[in-house]
Write a protein that binds this ligand. Structure first.
Ligand code: AMP
Ligand code: MG
Length: 398
């Protein structure tokens, strides 16, 4: 038996450098991982400019008390510049975003002044008010977007504000997904007696895509050594990662381990966790291999714990794990010491705190427990039964 943490560490050790980078236009880069730091080559905004529609003045002109009249010498819209320099006693009508004219440092919002023909009457104002300074958003030379970060809408926006049209991002890992087992039937087909419909290939596909990777559907493989051998080798030719479910227990027809021993390299682990004990990790051809347990909840959970961090490392991400947080258990939860248990939980914010309860029966074949849930409740190895009111870790999921 090995612990969840040791299994995670061993897996990440096996993943070498990230996938090669490629340039993508901004419009296609959402969700990708930056391969290189993005350093600003310009200040944003590129000039001091007005934050309001109003009148630009030199603050030195305006007395600290009372009112003062200035001559309005022109008008400046966003997108143009004022050719001259404001002289003593002059103001410039200015629109939001227009560059500050030479000689001015302060803008009066139009609502606070009195316009009187070609003159404007103003009161005291703090020097520099209602202006935006050159470089106050981004300074030239600064690393604005560090390598390894995921590009969200705001990162794409910042890149665009620097005038960049494309970004160097990591290629998406390709993941071939296969289900194993004579009992597993294709949804939409007629199910033979004794068969069940394949759910793992579909939930795993969603998890793969949700992790930012490309899913390749390689179908269902019966429990036959030669067929499994051929199909896994073929999958490894077009994927960075080969993912199977089922066939890793110790039953007579659990062939994944035997095939991998011949076709690649494999470590077969009993992980001290519930659900999802058996896990096979290795390589086949040039691909990484993960053999997940067949039970539907166990296959989703082991993906979450072991496969997603590996895909994220391959994708060049800096952060490989989602931050868990603490919630209060509002019902007792049975727990055996010596293994890490993952309950399907319903997390809500009530009574001024995060509260969590379980979804009901927790069998590792009860996939509907995942549809009722919005988190895993994580109960650490050393703990025993949890009483209502105790604090537990939760990991929210989609
Ligand atoms: P195995 O690890 O192959 O012994 O499978 C463990 C349990 O998971 C068995 O009850 C299988 O029928 C079930 N199972 C295996 N593969 C799938 C699948 N693709 N979809 C749904 N259930 C599965
Ligand atoms: Mg099986």
């Amino acid at each position: 038996m090995i612990s969840v943490r040791d299994a995670q560490a061993h897996i990440l050790d096996r993943i070498p450098a990230a996938a090669p980078p490629e340039f993508l236009p901004l419009a296609a880069a959402l969700g990708r991982v930056l391969a290189d730091d993005v350093r600003a080559e310009m200040d944003v905004p590129p000039t001091d400019n007005s934050a309001v529609d109003g009148y630009a003045v030199a603050s030195a002109d305006v007395p600290g008390t009372g009112t003062y009249a200035l001559e309005v010498v022109g008008e400046l819209a966003a997108g143009s510049i004022f050719a001259g320099t404001l002289r003593t006693g002059q103001a410039l009508r200015i629109m939001t975003g227009a560059p500050m004219p030479d000689g001015a440092d302060t803008v009066y919002p139009q609502e606070v002044v009195e316009r009187n023909g070609s003159r404007v009457i103003v009161g005291p104002l703090k020097p520099g008010a209602n202006t935006r300074r050159r470089g106050e958003d981004v300074q030239a030379g600064a690393v604005v977007l560090p390598a390894g970060g995921v590009l969200r809408p705001q990162e794409i926006g910042v890149a665009a504000s620097l005038g960049l049209a494309q970004l160097l991002v990591r290629r998406k890992p390709r993941v071939a997904i296969l289900s194993t087992g004579d009992e597993v039937a294709e949804p939409g087909s007629v199910r033979k007696p004794g068969q069940i419909y394949d759910s793992n290939r579909f939930s795993l596909r969603g998890l793969v895509e949700g992790a930012g990777a490309i899913a390749v559907d390689d179908g269902i493989v019966p429990d036959q050594f030669d067929e499994l051998h051929a199909r896994l080798l073929r999958a490894a030719e077009h994927a960075d990662v080969v993912l199977t479910s089922g066939g890793v227990s110790v039953g007579d027809h659990d062939l994944v381990k035997a095939v991998l021993q011949q076709a690649g390299g494999i470590d077969f682990w009993q992980v001290a966790m519930q659900p999802g004990r058996p896990l096979a990790v290795g390589s086949i051809g040039r691909a990484h291999f993960f053999g997940l347990p067949g039970n539907p909840v166990a296959s989703m959970l082991t993906f979450h714990l072991f496969v997603r961090p590996a895909l994220w490392k391959l994708a060049g991400r800096r952060q490989l794990f989602v931050q868990p947080f603490r919630a209060t258990a509002v019902e007792p939860m049975g727990k055996k010491p010596g293994r890490r248990e993952f309950k399907r939980g319903i997390l809500t914010y009530e009574n001024d705190r995060w509260e969590v309860r379980t979804t009901g029966p927790q069998g590792s074949g009860i996939l509907s427990s995942m549809t009722a849930a919005n988190c895993f409740v994580v109960i650490e190895e050393e703990r025993g039964d949890v009483s209502a009111g105790e604090r537990v870790w939760v990991e929210p999921f989609q």
